[in-house]
Write a protein that binds this ligand. Sequence first.
Ligand code: FAD
Length: 377
Amino acid sequence: MDLCDTPEEAEFRARLGEWLAEVLPTLPARPAPDDWPGRRAYDLGWQRMLHDAGYAGVHWDASPTLRMVFLEETEKAGAPYVGANFVGLLHAGPTIAAEGTAGQRARWLPPILRGEQVWCQGFSEPDAGSDLASLRTRARRDGDAYVVTGSKIWTSHAEVADWCELLVRTDPDAPRHRGLTWLALRMDADGVTVRPLRTLAGSAEFAEVFLDEVRVPVADRVGEENDGWRVTMVTLSFERGTAFVGEVVACRRVLGELARTARRNGRWDDPALRRRLGRLDAEFRALWRLTQWNVSEAEASGGVPGVGGSVFKLRYSHARQELYDAAAEVLGADALDLDRPWVLDRLSALSYTIAAGTSQIQRTIVAERILGLPRGR
Ligand SMILES: Cc1cc2nc3c(=O)[nH]c(=O)nc-3n(C[C@H](O)[C@H](O)[C@H](O)COP(=O)(O)OP(=O)(O)OC[C@H]3O[C@@H](n4cnc5c(N)ncnc54)[C@H](O)[C@@H]3O)c2cc1C
């Protein structure tokens, strides 16, 4: 693996940097954290600008290394986060690109790239989180449609989503992992009810989704009937392996801001804090290198990230929590004030060791599939 830019990468980096310097000052003000319609419009608007400038497909069409350059430069410049486009761009879209038919790719991918449609993920259920294969939402075949009944929970961005990557049980008699199917569900279909859930930080970023006899055309199935577990593993490998990597650069930016704040408010004089920030800097540098390694591996094996994504996700989610704990130390009593920088981020960091598969589950994957330790019962 060569970590230096090729001439093509250096040229891409320079061109992107110039474009960002030109357009970022023209962006409208960011909407309030709980203004989800406003956030949807803002995030889709940014995606449309990327599209019009020729950068929209960088997550999919460009080589993984160019994609890393893109993430690095956009984060460094303080460009908007992928936001409501997270599922569509970073794991539903890549899954459709890898597993969908030519017709499905032509139908669903361009609107994601043009910033016209938001996707959400309907995998978890009240009794099926870590043990996803125990899910009970049922889809029964009726002519050219599936009739879906059940409920999903923790569905991020469901309130503002147009489509949902939905995992359902199509064969209740098959072994648990073999009776599942991956469907694309229209969120405005009859029988879909979304009930927002409020988080500790006060935001309704996810929801419960109730499905009552919802008809989903068979044509909207990705992969074969009852092969949904395999398709889901592709989705999760994108979600754990590559979806969070841009955030590593953002964390390094926050770390720099923390150090500057600590210098201003006198906390920099504490050698223990300086050591802590230095260790975190080393952590995030190492995570970035690990990401580059994972991406090179994916590039060599057809584009779908491998099990190394679990190593990244495990360490990154904890390092992010340590970063925001350090932020609380720098802020002192201000860390209790929700209007201060980083305080909401600190609360949301708590969710990182749960979302996209908990740390315990990632450890099991690492133990069994990388270290080759015996399987648990
Ligand atoms: C911010 C956020 C956003 C989310 N967004 C979505 C979304 O958009 N779509 C979606 O479908 N889901 C989403 N989720 C749900 C997420 O995938 C689940 O919360 C996660 O998989 C854990 O499931 P659970 O909450 O049911 O916990 P449980 O599975 O009940 O786990 C409870 C505890 O038991 C531990 N545990 C469980 N099984 C084992 C085991 N075999 N070995 C060791 N320990 C174990 C877990 O690690 C955890 O500590 C989101 C979650 C969060 C926090």
